[in-house]
Design a protein around this ligand. Sequence first.
Ligand code: SAH
Ligand code: TMP
Length: 404
Amino acid sequence: MKSNLSNASVKFIMSFGKMPLANKFLETNDFQSEKFYDMSVGFDEKLSLFQLIQSPDPEEMFDENYAFFSGTSKYMVSHFENFSDQIKERLKNISEKKKVIEIGCNDGIMLQNFSNKLEYDHLGIEPSKNVYAVAKEKNLNVINNFFTNELALNLTNYQKKTDVIYAANVICHIPDLNNLFNGIDELLNKKGVFIFEEPYLGDVIRLTSYDQIYDEHVYLFSLLSVDKISKLFDLEIIDAYPQITHGGSMRYVIGRKGEHIISDNFKKLLSKEFAQGLDKFDTYLRFKDNCESSKKRLIKMLNSFAEQNKKISGYAATSKSTTILNYCKIGKNLIKCIYDTTPIKINKFSPGMHIPIKHHQNFNITNSDISLLFGWNHKKEIFEKEKNYIKNGGIWISHISDLL
Ligand code: SAH
Ligand code: TMP
């Protein structure tokens, strides 16, 4: 099927300056060869699509050293159990074996819930070799590759009758939406559904959480944009569910046009987007102003703590932290180190600003009077783990006003 997806109608919103790859944590001898790109965002008025103007090649980001292991968050393990339950409920009336495909299954955090081979035929598609290997060790059926239309065409006819294709925090990573949707069209059976959840544009605009913008997030979707794109492929949104994960996400349920009843829930959420102005370019110019004010506020706050000789650290070396640190030009002079749980990040340096990453077990009030919470989306889990920090007089801060 053809579509007219192109970026010809993208209007420039703002630049966040030179950015390194968000998940490329470095050793000292990598500093010289570190790559940067101009991180600018624009708005496609035709598709109501918020997007990066240019983004690095996926092969540079999703390789054998991909630093994001989904399983590091206990909360996300249970979130994906719930997500799987919702899919299972949808599939319950299918009497034969149910076919599910996950795009970007990472370490198998969600796919493992479909491993019962008597009930499900599952398939994961994951290009990053190191996280793919973890899923493989769990005995899951995974292909180490990018999901593309070409890959879809090469799957067996049996797999081409898929009941559910799902993804989480992946679809916004795929630059060529035309190719992606053609692949979905190829694999989905008549009544099948494509379900995916991604960081939600409405929340980014509401919170000024500009740190959701980084190389991997080529798009920040809304119901408006996803529905317009789907319709180019004779698909449509049939339901949607807001999520609290990743600082505010949306789960989209898409089916073939005319094959499903469209939920009232979706219609209500869509009218909220019009009320928020997500279809209007002016909204994004206000967002630009809000980003600039947020940057000034954060720098002022950090400088004032530094002048009081407070020790400041960062907490959680998230991909999002790369945007904050490089956009606000916050270096080692202000933040001594960032504490994190991910083994392959520890003892390395943050992209661009080269702040040391330390094991989270070393985090305490002696080395951090103030802690800038980069993992603000994991606030509940982190505060639970670090409850002694506040008891001992530690102070959490965030670039998002009113979060803490
Ligand atoms: N679904 C997991 C992982 C999200 S990280 C979760 O929500 O926690 C994004 C994942 O998508 C990475 O593992 C990356 O390797 C994978 N990915 C990126 N582009 C992809 C593509 N074209 N096809 C399939 N997976 C892709
Ligand atoms: P992200 O999911 O927002 O990209 O960030 C995940 C990062 O946060 C990852 O590097 C691990 C880190 N993290 C901690 O350091 N402590 C925690 O308790 C949690 C949940 C995450």
